[in-house]
Write a protein of this length. Structure first.
Length: 381
C-alpha cells in the first residue's frame, strides 16, 4: 500500500476517518520558505463541513497542528509533519451494517485487498475525510507557488445539472480576472456566476431531503506556469496532475483544455496558432491544448475539468450483499454524509494540482523556485 506521491517534492498521507487523527508529511520543501498559517487555516475552512444542509452534519474543527519542519513561521528544510485530530466521530453508526457492502463505496475492494483487516468505520482510509491531509500539505505548496508567480484556483463548473460560467481558457486576461475574482471569495462555494449559487444550493438540499445525493464538475486554472516543465511521457504535466487528482475520492474523469471536444474538431480548428508578443514571448492565439504540448508546459494557462460522482452514501434502501454470510441483502445506510461533495472538493482539487506542480517545478529548478521565487525563471532566459 503506497501513501506517498511525488519524487522531488512529496506528500505522504496517513489516518482513517474514525481514527485518532489524520495527517500528512510534506518532504522536499527548502529551508527558509514562509509558512502562512492564516492562509493554511483559510484553505482548511473551505473544505470543512458546516452542517448547513449542503455538507455532512459531522462538523470537525480541522485545526492543523504543525508538528515539525516549521519554526518561527518558516520551513526548517526538514520534513513538515501536519496532524488533524478527529474529534466528532460516531463509529456506532456503522456497527450494524459492517458486513453489508455499500454500493459505490470501496467496501468490497477493501475486503478483496486487505482480507477484513481494514478499518471500515466511516470508510476508513478511503474516506473523503482524508482529503483534509491533501489540503494541509497542498496549502503550504500553494502559498509558495503564489510567491513564485503561479496561481491555481478551482470553481464549481456544474452541480446537479446546473452550469456555472466556464473559465475563459482562450482569453488570458479574462481568465486572470476570473481567477482573481474567485480568490476574493472567502467562503467555500466557488462559482463565477453568482446567479447560479442559490439554485445549486437548493438542488443539493433537495437531494439531501430525499435521502439522495448529486454530483458535478470542477474546473481548475493554473496561471504562470513556465514553459519547459514536465516530461514527454511518464511524467508529463497531464499525467502528474491526473495522478493526484484521481487520488481524490469520487473523481471519475478528467479533461484538459478542449478535452473530449477534440473528437468533433478538425486539425485546422484544434491547433493553437503561435504568435510573438511585443515583449518577445511566444504565446498561442487559442488554448485548446490547455497550455501543454508533448506533455510539457508551453507557458499558456493550464485549464482542466474533472467530473465528481454523486456521494455514494445515500439514505435510500439499496440492494447489496452480506459479505460474510455470502448472501444477497438490503442496506439502509446510517451515519452522517454529504448530499454533495463538489463544493468542498474544489479546494482539494486546487491543492492536489499545487502538489503536482510543485513536484514538477522542483524536478526542473530544484529549490530555486522556493528560495528565489522572483528570479528562478532567469535560468530559462
Amino acid at each position: 500500500m503506497k501513501n506517498t506521491f511525488g519524487s522531488d517534492l512529496s506528500l505522504t498521507i496517513f489516518g482513517e476517518s474514525h481514527g485518532r487523527a489524520i495527517g500528512a508529511v510534506l518532504d522536499g520543501m527548502a529551508a527558509g520558505v514562509p509558512v502562512d498559517e492564516a492562509f493554511l487555516a483559510a484553505c482548511m475552512d473551505k473544505r470543512r463541513a458546516r452542517g448547513d444542509g449542503l455538507s455532512t452534519p459531522r462538523v470537525e474543527a480541522d485545526t492543523v497542528q504543525l508538528l515539525s519542519g516549521v519554526m518561527n513561521g518558516r520551513t526548517t528544510g526538514t520534513a513538515i509533519a501536519l496532524m488533524i485530530e478527529n474529534t466528532n466521530t460516531r463509529s456506532g453508526d456503522y456497527a450494524k451494517t459492517a458486513d453489508l457492502l455499500r454500493p459505490g463505496h470501496a467496501d468490497y475492494t477493501a475486503y478483496a485487498k486487505y482480507h477484513g483487516f481494514q478499518d471500515a468505520r466511516g470508510g476508513g482510509h478511503f474516506s473523503g475525510r482524508v482529503t483534509a491531509a491533501f489540503v494541509a500539505g497542498g496549502a503550504i505548496v500553494l502559498s509558495a507557488l503564489h510567491r513564485a508567480g503561479i496561481d491555481i484556483t478551482t470553481h464549481i463548473a456544474e452541480c446537479a445539472g446546473i452550469a456555472d460560467t466556464r473559465f475563459a481558457q482562450d482569453d488570458a486576461a479574462q481568465l486572470a480576472a476570473q481567477v482573481e475574482a474567485l480568490a476574493s471569495k472567502p467562503e467555500g462555494f466557488a462559482v463565477l456566476d453568482e446567479t447560479v449559487e442559490e439554485p445549486m444550493k437548493a438542488a443539493i438540499r433537495a437531494a439531501g431531503a430525499e435521502g439522495d445525493s448529486v454530483g458535478g464538475m470542477l474546473e481548475t486554472a493554473i496561471l504562470g506556469l513556465p514553459a519547459g516543465i514536465g516530461e514527454p511521457y511518464f511524467d508529463s504535466v497531464e499525467s502528474e496532475i491526473a495522478h493526484l487528482v484521481f487520488s481524490v475520492p469520487a473523481v471519475k474523469g478528467i479533461e484538459f483544455g478542449t478535452g473530449f471536444g477534440f473528437a468533433g474538431m478538425r486539425g485546422s480548428e484544434a491547433n493553437d496558432a503561435f504568435r510573438m508578443t511585443p515583449e518577445g514571448a511566444v504565446v498561442t492565439a487559442t488554448n485548446h491544448n490547455a497550455g501543454i504540448n508533448g506533455g510539457i508546459a508551453n507557458g499558456m494557462p493550464v485549464v482542466f475539468r474533472t467530473v465528481v460522482k454523486p456521494t455514494p452514501s445515500i439514505y435510500k434502501q439499496q440492494d447489496t450483499v452480506d459479505y460474510l454470510a455470502k448472501k444477497d441483502a438490503q442496506l439502509s445506510i446510517q451515519g452522517r454524509h454529504d448530499p454533495c461533495i463538489v463544493p468542498r472538493a474544489a479546494i482539494v482539487q486546487t491543492c492536489a494540482a499545487a502538489l503536482a506542480v510543485g513536484d514538477l517545478l522542483t524536478a526542473r529548478y530544484g529549490a530555486a523556485w522556493m528560495t528565489h521565487p522572483t528570479s528562478f525563471r532567469k535560468e530559462d532566459e
